[in-house]
Ligand binder design. Structure first.
Ligand code: G3P
Ligand code: MG
Length: 247
C-alpha cells in the first residue's frame, strides 16, 4: 500500500463517547458529526455470526449476562445494548457485521474492523471476519482495515484474505514489532498513543508502515502525534476532534 487511503480521524467504537459503543446508533452519531471513518470491535457468537461487542461478556454494555461465546446470535441480537448508556438509546442492538456494513455504506464511512476474539476462538474469528468483510466490502472504494491485538487472529485473516489490509495492535510497542508486522505483512501498526514518542514513530515510519494511534482525546496531543508522523488517530471525543481536525 503506497498511500494511506484512510481518513485521519477515526471514531472509536462507532460514536466515541457520545453513544453506546459498537451499535448502529453510534455509527449514526459519528456520521452525523461528519466523521468519515469508524473503528468497531467484531467477534463471533456461539453459532459463528460476526457481530459487534468489545468485552468477552455482554454484562457491561447490555441488559444480558454472561459470555458472548456461549450465546447464539438470536439471543445476543435481542438484548438491549443502548439503555445502559442512556435511555435515549433504548432498543439499540449488538449489530451483525452485515448490518454494520450496510450502515457504513449508507453514510459513506470507511471502516477499521478490530477483530476482538473471545478467548480460544482467535483463528476462527480472524478467518470468518476476513471472509465476510471481503465479501461485504467487495465493491467498496476503500477496503476495510482489519486490526487485532491477536497475532493468531490476524494470521488467520491473512491466510483467508491476503488482499485485505492489516494492522497489528499493541499497547506498548514491543521490541520485536518489526518481526511481527513483517510476518503478518501488515500495512500499519496501531498503538496506544501514550506509548509513542517521536523517535519510535520515526522508526516505524522508516520501516514503511503507517501508524494509527488510539485513543487520543486531547486535541493538543492529536496535533503532536500528527507532527511526529502518525497517520490516523482514533478518538472518543469526536465532538472536539472532528473530521477536519488535522486537515
Ligand atoms: O483499535 C483501537 C482500540 O479500539 C483498541 O482498544 O480496547 O478500545 O478495543 P479497545
Ligand atoms: Mg477497539
Amino acid at each position: 500500500m503506497a498511500n494511506w487511503p484512510y481518513p485521519r480521524i477515526v471514531a472509536h467504537r462507532g460514536g466515541g463517547a457520545l453513544a453506546p459503543e459498537n451499535t448502529l446508533g453510534a455509527i449514526d452519531t459519528g456520521a452525523g458529526l461528519g466523521l468519515k471513518m469508524i473503528e468497531f470491535d467484531a467477534k463471533l457468537s456461539a453459532d459463528d455470526v460476526v457481530f459487534l461487542l468489545h468485552d468477552d461478556t455482554v454484562d457491561r454494555t447490555s441488559n444480558g449476562h454472561g459470555a458472548a461465546a456461549r450465546q447464539p446470535y438470536a439471543e445476543l441480537g435481542a438484548l438491549d445494548a443502548g439503555s445502559w448508556f442512556d435511555p435515549r438509546f433504548a432498543g439499540e442492538r449488538m449489530p451483525t457485521l452485515v448490518q454494520v456494513y450496510e450502515r457504513c455504506a449508507r453514510h459513506g464511512l470507511a471502516a477499521n474492523i478490530e477483530i476482538k476474539p473471545c478467548p480460544g476462538r482467535e483463528a476462527a474469528t480472524g478467518r470468518l471476519v476476513a471472509r465476510e468483510a471481503a465479501h461485504l466490502w467487495a465493491s467498496a472504494g476503500v477496503p476495510p482495515l482489519l486490526s487485532s491485538f491477536s497475532f493468531d487472529a490476524l494470521e488467520a485473516a491473512r491466510d483467508a484474505q491476503p488482499d485485505l489490509p492489516r494492522g497489528l495492535l499493541f499497547g506498548a510497542v514491543p521490541n520485536d514489532w518489526r518481526a511481527q508486522t513483517d510476518a503478518l505483512a501488515c500495512v500499519s501498526l496501531h498503538a496506544d498513543h501514550r506509548k509513542l514518542d517521536a523517535r519510535l514513530v520515526g522508526e516505524i515510519k522508516a520501516a514503511g508502515l503507517f501508524i494509527l494511534a488510539y485513543t487520543v482525546n486531547d486535541p493538543e496531543r492529536a496535533r503532536t502525534l500528527a507532527q511526529w508522523g502518525v497517520d490516523s488517530i482514533c478518538t472518543d471525543r469526536i465532538d472536539l476532534i472532528g473530521a477536519g481536525f488535522l486537515a
